[in-house]
Design a protein around this ligand. Structure first.
Ligand SMILES: Cc1cc2nc3c(=O)[nH]c(=O)nc-3n(C[C@H](O)[C@H](O)[C@H](O)COP(=O)(O)O)c2cc1C
Length: 204
């Protein structure tokens, strides 16, 4: 019995420590939530969050899969992209740093230990209380494809939030220069927009 418990603990340990400080997410649950038409009707920009609870690993995994996950064996995603470019990097800012979503491994790869949420919030202090922020990063192109792709992604994410009683708001008012530096982005990369997400505050 003790041996089994020990083995389970060790297996669990490996599940959360896949790489140095990376986070191995649980497999996304691809069912449930409110029906699509209900979610579309319920989607609203909401700017209050329960700052005391981050999303559970399962909810985070489901949210990321909905936003930018791989949904077919040939590697295509939950959102369409022009010529299947898939030219967006999805960063996830949590309290303990920023991660890059690696959809194929269902993993969050640690990029920095810095808490960049103040750079995201700026003057819009309500955003400070959101425990999770999705950052849509791309090399902007002449046609605006990348921006369109980011739009599809935040809409998917917003509908997931509406279907699962989460608060979410798309935000363009962010300190792009400071974020560029904090995330060590290449010269051409840009944080296009972000989505602040969290549980609804208990009073709501
Ligand atoms: C590209 C984009 C950028 C936005 N930027 C901000 C922002 O910086 N701060 C904010 O509070 N809301 C922001 N919003 C949310 C809009 O204000 C909101 O979508 C609009 O008022 C309509 O409300 P609804 O989303 O509830 O339909 C943004 C929305 C989009 C699509």
């Amino acid at each position: 019995m003790i041996k089994q418990v020990l083995l389970a603990s060790i297996t669990g340990l490996f599940a959360v420590t896949a790489g140095a400080a990376d986070i191995q997410l649980p497999a996304p649950v691809q069912t449930g939530g409110a029906p699509l038409m209900t979610a579309i009707g319920a989607r609203r920009s909401e700017r209050s969050f329960d700052a005391t609870h981050s999303l559970s690993p399962q909810t985070l995994s489901d949210l990321l899969w909905t936003t930018w996950g791989i949904s077919s064996p040939d590697g295509r995603r939950t959102v369409p992209t022009a010529r299947n470019l898939q030219n967006i990097d999805l960063y996830v800012a949590l309290g303990d740093g920023v991660y890059l979503y690696q959809a194929a491994q269902n993993k969050l790869q640690k990029i920095t230990d810095n808490d960049v949420r103040p750079l995201l919030a700026g003057q819009q202090t309500f955003a400070l209380s959101a425990p999770v922020h999705l950052l849509f990063v791309a090399e902007p192109d002449e046609m605006g494809w990348a921006a369109m792709h980011a739009g599809s992604m935040y809409q998917n994410a917003g509908l997931f939030c509406a279907a699962n009683h989460l608060s979410a708001v798309v935000r363009g008012m962010i300190d792009r220069e400071a974020l560029h530096q904090a995330l060590n982005l290449s010269e051409k990369q840009k944080v296009l927009v972000e989505l602040a997400v969290g549980y609804k505050p208990v009073t709501q």
